[in-house]
Design a protein around this ligand. Structure first.
Ligand SMILES: Nc1ncnc2c1ncn2[C@@H]1O[C@H](COP(=O)(O)OP(=O)(O)O)[C@@H](O)[C@H]1O
Ligand SMILES: [Mg+2]
Length: 398
């Protein structure tokens, strides 16, 4: 099998240490600036991380966030997520057929009680039935389709395993499958406080499943905004493809985001340094808040580098109305504008239309290709793999 490599593509994982390596490789000068091989970040504390957890910020920003519900997760459910292997509760309705157990490696507990092999393949949701029921009810309440995430991360790296090849979930099992297959979600569970600078025991995390009413998003109008010392200093696309129409709208978008930041975010977010993600659907007048991320290496700077973001000029103290009134007319204040960077046609990132995002760097090419062909071709692929292995085993015996 061929490994997929895409050297020119900046891996958009917000969390994985590989991100650091990619950045260091791309910006060798950064190492010279910070002798300790560390970028000059202000210390990242566990509090900073907690402030970016959905359940902490959502109550404050509910009015500007697409519809979402939070299901608190008991320890038994977290244990299920952490456990190896993917065992799903039995499907109650059959209009969403499961993959056959034999060739997918994914088991539906309860299907094979008679053949229980001692590995406890019974219904795992028996341990957290109330949570399962709450998830089912919430999906219904949100119109039948949801996008799931944990406190910090959405399982977008696991889209390939879903029958829809996306994060769109219609049943609790769709959600469990994505969460269990996602490295980003595993990071939330195992490494939430990695690389924080304050000492002391990690605080207990109240885990939540965030269920967002599914909306068909246009990735072109998702933006990441960078805030340093409570000043909005930079904005960029989240999706690293080239979108011609954005260039004409850039000034309007910048102004819309700046106003949103000034009114809604600047004085209400608990920290001075952070990033936030927004979605601005047509007619591009209303801003939806999607997420907050810490001002830390784990957050993907996308088309910027962290060194740039740490050193970009920032505006002076916000100018008050009074001083504006007194200002000399011919000494017009130069208005600070955050740097708004779009992907240009000639940027290497602009060619990633054909790349399977997030999964390509991890999976053998055949698996990615098969997953993009839908459930059927993935099943066929796994079947042929099993046959091939069987054949190899057989010939090995001779
Ligand atoms: N309600 C929704 N419906 C469909 N897709 C969504 C919804 N909310 C977010 N998304 C998509 O999921 C992506 C990841 O969500 P986000 O909350 O930013 O998670 P993460 O912090 O892991 O990147 C977004 O960039 C967006 O494309
Ligand atoms: Mg995030």
């Amino acid at each position: 099998m061929t490994e997929v490599t895409s050297p020119s593509y900046i891996e958009p994982s917000p969390h994985l240490p590989a991100d650091m390596t990619a950045q260091q490789l791309q910006q060798p000068n950064e190492t010279a600036v910070d002798e300790g091989l560390r970028l000059p970040f202000p210390p990242v504390t566990k509090e900073h991380i907690l402030n970016c957890s959905y359940h902490n910020w959502h109550p404050r920003y509910r009015a500007v966030t697409p519809k979402a519900r939070l299901v608190p997760l008991p320890d038994a459910f977290i244990d299920y997520l952490r456990a190896d292997g993917i065992v799903l509760p039995p499907e109650e309705n059959t209009d969403n057929p499961e993959w056959s157990d034999a060739d997918s490696g994914i088991f539906s507990g309860g299907d094979n009680e008679e053949e229980d092999d001692g590995h406890g393949q019974q219904d795992p949701s028996l341990q957290w039935r109330d949570t399962h029921d709450a998830i089912e009810r919430t999906i219904e309440e949100l119109g039948g389709k949801v996008a799931p995430k944990l406190n910090w991360s959405a399982p977008k790296d696991a889209n390939w395993i879903a029958a829809t090849n996306s994060m769109e979930c219609r049943t609790p099992n769709d959600i469990y499958l994505l969460l269990k297959a996602s490295d980003f979600v595993t990071h939330d569970l195992q490494q939430a406080f990695d690389d924080t600078d304050d000492s002391g025991a990690a605080p207990t995390i109240q885990y939540h499943l965030v269920l967002r009413k599914w909306i068909v998003l246009n990735p072109a109008v998702e933006f990441r905004c960078f805030v340093r010392n409570r000043r909005l200093i930079a904005i960029c696309q989240r999706d690293l493809n080239y979108f011609d129409f954005l260039f004409k709208m850039q000034d309007k978008l910048r102004q819309t985001i700046q106003e949103f930041f000034d009114v809604r975010i600047r004085d209400s977010f608990p920290d001075p340094n952070f990033t936030f993600d927004v979605y601005i659907p047509p007619p591009h007048g209303k801003v939806w808040l999607v997420d907050f991320n810490p001002w830390a290496l784990r957050t993907d700077p996308l088309v910027f580098s962290w060194l740039e973001l740490l050193t970009l000029p920032e505006p002076d103290e916000p100018v008050s109305e009074d001083s504006l009134g007194e200002a000399d007319d011919d000494e017009a204040e130069e208005v600070f504008r955050p740097e708004f960077r779009l992907v240009r046609r000639s940027d290497p990132e602009a060619y990633s239309f054909t790349t399977a995002q997030y999964s390509a760097h991890k999976l053998p090419k055949d698996v990615v290709d098969a997953s993009r062909g839908g459930e059927g071709s993935l099943r066929e692929f796994l079947q042929s793999l099993a046959e091939q292995q069987q054949h190899e085993n057989d010939s090995g015996d001779e």
